[in-house]
Design a binder for this molecule. Structure first.
Ligand SMILES: [Ca+2]
Ligand SMILES: [Ca+2]
Length: 293
């Protein structure tokens, strides 16, 4: 009887171990994957994101057209990569139920899964605006494992580049994206930095490398940043870039983003940094996220 019970116990133990192993095998890779394109849960035109598209959304769209409300890629109802009165025409049709809204899909890239061969971040104190991305520029310091962890999430850990008198503090990232095959159908590219600096009323700028012109292109207007941590996001759809994102996404899926504090001699602290893409193309999303190389 004692042997039987022992066998039973061993059997239960083995079953538990197998179940746990299977759980680990199937859950761990997902948890460590870079985010792939996912349904945002909202349609283009649902500006206030409360589900359903009504005249309240049109009120917000009018404010975005008049630039009295910050632009948002969800307002790009006709998915042409910018926010204009043309979007209002389509929004009216959706409100009148003569047009079916389109789901907005999103892919977010950050360093929550660490770095990759092409998925990298570097920092530098700049004497002047760089004329190339870091693959053709010297003096950039590679992030170490701890630095990637620092900028991986909004939390107590953050990366700080100490200011150097007369120089601009900068961080440059190369994100490795999966959406290259449907670049033509991306409606927006968004850069978000959660961070702060050592001197109030400093100026921060976001730039994205244009592979066609071989130059950095500024995303949006200057951002005023201070010593209190804040979230600052810029959207290409709010900047009239239109659907020219193919200029900013290399054949291998690389996107270079440059964050600069143009006020000199200032410490730059980044708690979190993220690149997000939006699309209405349901063939664009990758059902199975691929591991960032
Ligand atoms: Ca539009
Ligand atoms: Ca952090």
């Amino acid at each position: 009887m004692g042997t039987k019970r022992k066998k039973l116990t061993i059997g239960v133990f083995i079953a538990l171990a197998v179940t746990l192993s299977l759980l680990l095998v199937f859950t761990l890779p997902i948890a460590t994957l870079q985010a792939a394109t996912q349904d945002s849960g909202y349609d283009y035109g649902d500006l206030n994101r409360i589900g359903g598209i009504t005249t309240a959304d049109r009120g917000w769209l009018n404010q975005m057209i008049l630039l009295t409300r910050a632009g948002d890629p969800i307002a790009d109802v006709n998915m042409d990569g910018r926010i204009t009165t043309a979007d209002r025409g389509l929004l009216n049709q959706i409100i009148l139920l003569t047009r079916t809204p389109v789901s907005m899909w999103q892919a977010a890239y950050d360093f929550s899964t660490g770095a990759g061969t092409r998925h990298l971040a570097k920092s530098k104190s700049l004497a002047s605006m760089p004329t190339s991305n870091f693959s053709n520029d010297s003096g950039w310091t590679d992030f170490i494992t701890q630095n990637y962890s620092d900028v991986a999430a909004v939390d107590a850990a953050a990366f700080t580049l100490a200011g150097v008198g007369g120089n601009m503090s900068a961080v440059q990232c190369r994100f490795d994206i999966d959406e290259k095959p449907c670049t033509a159908n991306l409606t927006s590219m968004d850069v978000q930095v959660v961070g702060n600096v050592s001197t109030n009323s400093s100026t921060m700028q976001y730039w994205v490398w244009n592979f066609t012109s071989g130059a950095w292109v500024k995303m949006g207007t200057d951002i005023t940043i201070g010593t209190t941590e804040a979230t600052n996001t810029k959207y290409s759809a709010a900047e009239s870039w239109q659907k020219t994102l193919t200029n900013y996404i290399a054949t291998d899926g690389s996107v270079y983003v440059l964050v600069i504090i143009t006020t000199t001699g200032v410490d730059l602290t980044i708690d979190y940094i993220k690149l997000t893409l939006e699309t209405g193309d349901t063939t664009c999303p990758y059902p199975t996220p691929s591991i960032t190389p």
